[in-house]
Design a protein around this ligand. Sequence first.
Ligand code: APR
Length: 319
Amino acid sequence: MNSDQLRTRPKITVVGAGQVGSTVAQLLAYNNLGNITIIDIVEGLPQGKALDLQESGCLQVFDSLITGTNDYKDTADSDIVVITAGLPRKPGQSRDDLVAINAKIVKSVTEQIMEHSKNPIIIVVSNPLDAMVYMAKKVSGLPKHRILGMAGVLDSARLRTFVSLELNCSLVDVDAMVLGGHGDSMVPLPRYTTVSGISITELMTEEQIERVVDRTRKGGAEIVQLLKTGSAFMAPGASVVRMIDSILRNKRRMLPCTAYLEGEYGWKDIFFGVPVKLCSTGIESIVELKLTDSEMAALNKSAEDVQNTCKQVDAILAS
Ligand code: APR
């Protein structure tokens, strides 16, 4: 492959060279998804990680170009931008405790990205997730199909894992759907959680279901408690890469993502976790499920929580 061919590959920028950003870059490279630019405010960090990753290419068999930088000019003309910049949680903190500091970081990152890329697809990972995507949308002015957040793929992966552990069955047969905000009031849907097409409502007792649902809601905090110095990064990184794979390879996978609602599920002007179809232009469509009264009540509670956090973002934007 000559350098001209290398330049025609998709350009993916990863903002933040910390735990999540590094994992995203590594998995993007291993999956040969495009050339990768890693940017961070810390000098040397993105350059060092980029060089280390590039040097693994001949061993892992990928030839994507990996660049590390502190200069947003190097992010010019990105096709996809993943924003992981910001603080992770400490034990005892909720995601919402990060809003003030991370909102300012996400605002400044988005402004600088948009100076150099006209029409990227932005995927936000920084927490509190739903409010941070809301900030990025308000600042970028991107159309709603080109800006989304990563949460539902991760929360569903956690539910899938806990179901397989509870039933002592293979992970690969388990599928799951988690809607709502990326917080304690997220809405795992047992009716739409299956093992080889069979709903867990037929395979598990109510007590078992409650156990896996509760562990899913607290899945992020469980990892924070164990790590003590940071939050999860391997499953979050893998979740982002599944989304990018569906976008860049135009797979139209139906995945739970944080999308901008304009009346779907009865809510508007908020970002919220819903099933979407992901194609080369971003979100092709939002899937509206028929929910039961109790599922809808849980969804409304989660949306109210998200809306309250977004009010803090509005206040920062107005200041
Ligand atoms: N521009 C670019 N990078 C920044 C900026 C900024 N303005 N501010 C902070 N960063 C960088 C930090 O220098 C650090 O390298 O963001 C990186 C964050 O990395 P970690 O501290 O390792 O955090 P990580 O575990 O990757 O989590 C990042 O994702 O899942 C969420 O809650 C998590 O909000 C957190 C984010």
